[in-house]
Structures are given as C-alpha cells and as structure tokens.
Write a protein that binds this ligand. Structure first.
Ligand SMILES: [Zn+2]
Length: 448
C-alpha cells in the first residue's frame, strides 16, 4: 500500500487511543505517520546500505526475514504473488512485534516503541487492503478490464487517496491481559481483517472499471477504517500490558470467544477420511458411495446436501437459495422446546470444522449440537469433538441425533496444551447439522 494511506491510518489510530497513552507518545505524534511507512522505505533503500541500516533494526525480524507487506505463504512470498496464507508466519510477526513494543513501553523507551509500532502497523494495514490479500495474477484473469481499457489495478487500489476526516474512528479494543492472549486474539482479528479485504476485491476492481470514484472512495474509507481499528487495538493492548492497566469492562469482553466469529483453519464437507494436524484420525463408519479417484471430490457423486465445502456462519440454509435462522429442539427442565440461535454453524450431514485454540488461555469449550428443527423430520447425525492435545483424546461423542431433538450439550474441559479442536459430524446426506453457540470460556487470569 502506498505511504499515503499508511500515514493517515497511523494518525487516525493514534488519535483514537485513550489520553494517558497519548501522553506517553506526545513527542512522537508528528512522527508516527512516518514510522508507519518504514517497511516501504526499507524496500526503497535496500540498495543503499547506510540508509537501510537505519531501518533494519525495526523491519528485520530475529529470523532474518523482513516484515512482510500483508499475508504471505510460508516462504514469505506475499499473497499478491502466491496462493495461500501461512498462519505460522502471521503468528510469528504478531508475537515478535507485540512482545517488542510491550518491552519498550515498559522501559519507557517511547520513541523506539513508536518506531516498532509504526513498522508493525504497516503489516496490519497492508493486510486490510484488497490488493494485498489475493493472488493478483488470478485477479487479472477473474476480472479482466473492459475492452479498450487498462489499469495497473494493484497500484490504483494501493495509491487511492484517503483523508483523515473520512476514516471512521472507533474505540480500540483490548485484546488480552497477557502477551499470549493478545497474540491469540489479534490473530483472530487479523484473519477477520484479511477476510474483510477479500470481500472488497471484486467491488473495488469493479468500481475502478466503472470509473465510479464515489463508490471506490467509500470502499477505500472502509478498509482504512478496518486498518485503523486493528492498529489502534494492537497499540492500546501494548500500552495496557506494559502498564498492567485494564478497564473492568474491557476485561469482561475477553471472557468468551464465540467460535462462529472465528475463521476456521480447516473445514470440509463430505470427506471420507479425516486428518487433524497431518495425522490420520479415522475413517467414517457411514457407507461410502462408490468413487474411483482420490483426487475426485467424493461429494460430487453421492451427496444431495445443500451446503458447500464450508460451514455457514450464524444461519442455516433451506437449499433453495435462502438463509434461515438456526434452530434446535432443546430440553428446558423436562420440556422439549424449540429454540432459535443467533450464533452458530450449519453444515452438511458429514462435515468437519477445525479451529485453533490455546488451552493456556481458555479452559472450556461449550457447544450445543443437533439437527435443524425446521428442515423436516428426516435425517440423523452423530456429533464428535476431537481435541489435539499432543496425544489424541478419545473423541467426545453424542448419540445419534435427529431433528426431533433434544440437542446434545458438550461441555469440554481443555488441557493447557490443547491447540486445535475439530468439530466433526457423520450423518445422512439430507441432514442439516447445527453447532449452536460454540464458545471458548476464559481461564480467569491467563498465564503469561
Ligand atoms: Zn507495504
């Protein structure tokens, strides 16, 4: 992203911080927009050793890699040129910079902290920009310009001007009361920011092709707002950690994580074997429709389920193009009642959804499992939860459930070394499986 947007977002993030944090960075206020440009300056000065030397302490990480400009693959090739986004790289960048900024703030080295904070902001801001989050060669094929027209679309998106007054400022969010928790929650926010940038790719390219500057400006202002919020939240969290200063209401917001707001690390419908972190878990008990080739998605042969390859968030579908509310039959006392849920996942009868978790931070997973109560009386499924805690624990399993209910409540303690959970169902092709209100419950004061 060109420096212009970076500087404006940096300034907007600074302005949204609480007053006591402003005081610490009073002397840095003028320079913060410039610090947010450090990774681009490093690119510019890479053949001028004396200038590069000034920037390297901030832009080169302990593993020798330069901070990336947005999401990239495991070799640090940006998603602009590659196809997949490495969560390990993202976690490394977030952990290194958050730890460094907190250490410097604790030492009251405010200028140094601001330089690292600006460099880190650049990475977060680039990750909110549609031009940075997907393969640009593919974009050129998916959305070729109209006949007789051509734009350098990456540069147009990157360099689109924005103004401070047009960026919506929202209150920064506390992301944790320990570095571990801050890194975990910033990872979730990061995935969501990248997802939000992905959603803006087609509308922004179309706005450029339509030469609809007003529409393009609105989209640019939106992603600059996302970039401002995530940066302000990271900086505010660093100040709070360094000073061990947390507002009660902010702390309360950390108590539960709704998994339906979190982007899974893996998900699949209608697979016939399952792996978790590269280890084979099980074959399904259900009869397999005949299919010949391993590379041929078996779902195309036998299944009639209305869901795609991913679970649907916070609604189910009727298979006719409409979303419908999530609903289950649940026991209240000894009465069976139908209940509608705002949060949860809906998926095909045979499905898996995998989430990263951190047992050091969260002590329990709670979720209500069952078949959608309004999609006909047919269908049945067994629900299982697998935890990756080094050795696999025996899966926790429901009985065979039907739309008649009652739903099965899982309350599962997480060991401290738990890092992955898998929600798995085996069911009939016409089943609409629902995981309602999946939440992680916080372990009180998270261990650092
Ligand atoms: Zn950049």
């Amino acid at each position: 992203m060109a420096g212009h947007q970076h500087g404006i977002m940096g300034e907007a993030a600074y302005l949204s911080l609480p007053l006591w944090e402003h005081k610490c960075w009073e002397a840095q206020e003028e320079s913060i927009p410039h610090y947010c440009f450090f990774p681009d300056l490093h690119l510019m000065y890479q053949r001028q050793p004396e200038k590069e030397e000034e920037l390297s302490p901030y832009t080169v990480m302990p593993n020798g890699m330069v901070i990336p400009h947005g999401p990239c693959d495991e070799k640090y090739t940006l998603c602009i040129f590659s196809h997949c986004h490495s969560r390990d790289v993202t976690a490394y960048v977030i952990t290194y910079y958050m730890t460094k900024i907190v250490e410097l703030l604790m030492k009251e080295s405010y200028e140094e902290a601001a330089k690292f904070a600006g460099t880190f902001a650049h990475f977060l801001q680039d990750s909110c920009c549609p031009g940075h989050v997907a393969n640009n060669y593919l974009l050129a094929k998916l959305m070729p310009p109209p006949p007789g027209k051509y734009w350098h679309i990456h540069r147009v998106i990157d360099a689109w001007p924005c103004e401070l007054k047009d960026i919506q400022r929202v209150k920064p969010r506390l992301l944790g009361t320990s570095i571990d928790e801050a890194v975990f929650n910033l990872g979730i926010e990061y995935d969501k920011a990248v997802g939000s940038a992905l959603e803006k790719i087609c509308p922004s390219i179309q706005a450029v092709y339509d030469e609809d500057n007003g529409k393009m400006q609105r989209i640019v202002n939106e992603w600059c707002g996302t970039g401002t919020h995530i940066v302000a939240s990271a900086w505010h969290t660093a100040f709070s950690l360094a000073n061990n200063r947390f507002e009660e209401c902010e702390r309360n917001m950390l108590e539960r994580i709704h998994l339906s707001d979190v982007i899974p690390v893996d998900e699949m419908a209608d697979e016939y074997f399952y792996e978790l972190n590269g280890k084979h878990i099980k074959d399904l008990d259900a009869p397999k429709p005949p299919y010949l080739y391993g590379s041929d998605p078996p779902r195309s042969k036998g299944s009639k389920d209305p869901y795609g390859f991913q679970a649907l968030n916070n609604s189910a579908c009727d298979g006719k193009g409409n979303t419908i509310p999530l609903s289950l039959r649940v026991l209240e006392g000894d009465r069976l009642v139908e209940k509608v849920f705002v949060q949860g996942l809906a998926a095909a009868g045979t499905s898996k959804v995998v989430f990263q978790v951190n047992g050091d931070i969260h002590k329990e997973l709670r979720v209500l499992a069952g078949l959608h109560s309004r999609m006909g009386p047919e269908g049945a499924a067994v629900f299982e939860v697998y935890l990756d805690e080094g050795d696999y624990t025996v899966p926790l399993r429901s009985a065979e459930l039907t739309p008649e209910g009652p739903a099965h409540e899982f309350v599962i303690p997480l060991q401290r070394d738990c890092r992955t959970i898998m929600l798995l169902t085996e069911g009939s092709p016409d089943a609409h499986v629902i995981w309602a209100d999946p939440v992680l419950i916080r372990r009180g004061e998270a261990r650092k």
